[in-house]
Ligand binder design. Sequence first.
Ligand code: DX5
Ligand code: ZN
Length: 214
Amino acid sequence: MNCELAPSILSFDLTDLRGSIKTLVENGVSVIHLDVMDGQFVPPITFGDSYVKRLRPTVEALFEAHLMIQSPERQFEAFKAAGCGRIIFHAEATAHSYRLAQTLKSMGVQAGVAINPGTPVEVIEPILDILDLVLVMTVNPGWGGQSFLAPMLEKTARLRAMRPDLHIEVDGGVDPTTLPAARAAGANVFVVGSHLANAESLSESVQEMIRLCG
Ligand code: DX5
Ligand code: ZN
């Protein structure tokens, strides 16, 4: 599977993103990860579709929305209209993950399902065939800057054994020390937030992470 580096904008200055995103894309980034939080599924609130819509025209990259929200299906159309080509909802946020994944596919967007650290892969095993991507949370969702949870590597490896052709994404605590282990376990999409936002040189840091993807 091709490696994708998916920088999360969460830890960047959300009022002044254009320069950072330009640097990311110029250095080879093709996916931007958008962390949407509703104050219910997770305590913080971030931004909604109107923010994404305003960002969209300036960026040539796939937008993926990571919906950390209750009733995610209520937002599918809005985030598609805002320019997201991949929409990821949480298995824990719905009793109807199969139907919601079908809905995304029928809308013509890539369908992804995320699982929290405490959720076993068995929860999504029956729906893997209709998904484009599984996101394995490697921290508890809600905040950037947390430490990578190494036990999630086993879940990643089990998913990769089940589905060699699926995008498997890891999200949380990914940096130059944890990316290689996640890659070895079978992940091929890597969300990186605070490591890039705190970098002294954003372009050098992105290049290093893309090199580590292999
Ligand atoms: C956490 C978010 C992540 C977060 C990652 O709930 O889903 O995407 O921004 O940030 P870092 O890389 O700092 O762990
Ligand atoms: Zn995320």
